[in-house]
Design a binder for this molecule. Sequence first.
Ligand code: NAD
Length: 490
Amino acid sequence: MTPKLFIDGTWQAAARGGTIDVVDPATERVFRTCSAGTADDVDRAVTAAKRAGQGPWGRTTGRERAVVLCAIADAIEREKQALAELEVRDNGKPLAEALGDISDAAYCFNLYAAYAEELDARQGEAIAVPDDRFKTTVKYVPAGVAGLIVPWNYPLLMAAWKVAPALAAGCTLVLKPSEFTPLTALELARICEEAAVPPGVVNVVTGYGNDAGARLAAHPDVRKLAFTGSVPTGIAVATAAARDIKSVSLELGGKSPIVVFDDADLEQVVEWVMFGIFWNQGQVCSATSRLIVERGIAGRLIERLVEEARKITIGNGMDEGVLLGPLVSRSQYDKVLGYIEIGKQEARLASGGRRPPGFDAGYFLEPTIFTGVPPDARIWREEIFGPVLCVAEFGTEEEALTLANGSEFGLAAAVMTRDLERAARVADRFEAGVVWINCSQPNFLEPPWGGMKKSGVGRELGTWGLMNFLEPKQITNYLSPAPWGWYLKG
Ligand code: NAD
């Protein structure tokens, strides 16, 4: 049976009855269908969310919301195996990675439970003002109905990054997952239902971006939009937000550099560079897809990377020991293959670049390395979002920084060197929201996450993520019994 939409605490059929085929990227076979919600369904969901926000949920304390968030976290942790397996079939990623994602999602709900409790202590905090006849305090009120639009690369985790802080803040929400990976968002809806989240507080509408997504972005009763996805869609969402002056946060694409100096530990570099580009089949917004390597170490490093890339076990994410699963969809596969053809004209293909032998079905691709990539090449400038590493060499630190920062994106950047003073200097000059020293991609949920330049607007995670869903309200109180005496002199 086609799963329905979760609206106002009930499972409702999509108004127009459309469906989406959910394809297993390892087999290219449809293994589920789900509802294609449209603008009418989004309207019902937003109405329910608005009503729920005006009801008791809007008056809950952070502590009360923390109880709900912890219940969601517990359920995710309890159902970890089943959720991870669903994610593998939906997205293609190896099971070990999916299990990590689900644990992180549970952790995210627990973390925002703690922040929700801390918020109670900050309500009414005094702000020092330079006139002691006045007392000024700040209260943090929920931003209202939140529209949450997420991509397919970390389906449940990206949803958790938004649903958890929105609930912690006291918002009500409508979540629209990617049409390519809608299933774990529906499981999250069921978990919220079982955790006694009041009707209308969490609504999940599966559907296509240009229909359900566009309506959610444009709906006048949505007061806060949190979007993760590509730059073109980010522009459409920000444009829709501008029409109603909605608050908006955007987590967009990237083309992140990893700069390797001669003095770095070669084997450490090999591991972090490979993890930085082949993890999740390279479908990671912060993937360090541009390797910028000092000339002295370049030859040896490329040789080792090619050697290790050829050893990577490719296969169905459900199989033991697989490190590289299929790409998520036919369209993503064709897009990445298209970039590989372009790359062959622009640089030297050192490894990979084709469907691995023996794989007749599934969106499988060998880990791919291009060397000698010039800075004006399309494969150097544009986000490929696949297991494709582009390598360029440098002679001086200044040259390395020019290459690293020469991008319209600014999500993440990494530097590998034993010289920690140099590492700190380079880290300071990277134009990126996230910087890694002697590593690539480790991500904790407490620090801020987000990008500069075209990689986005605002920050998620940590307390920054919570503030996205709150409106600080200033309350200034005149305490003196004497007339103020500035405007009317008496
Ligand atoms: P996408 O922009 O195609 O889709 C993202 C979401 O937006 C989907 O739910 C989609 O249905 C919806 N959508 C599409 N058109 C819409 C419209 N007109 N109005 C409203 N919603 C619409 O992106 P994707 O292909 O799903 O994801 C890959 C992109 O996401 C990459 O560029 C990647 O870098 C980025 N990403 C960024 C981060 C980050 O934290 N910065 C994290 C993960 C992914």
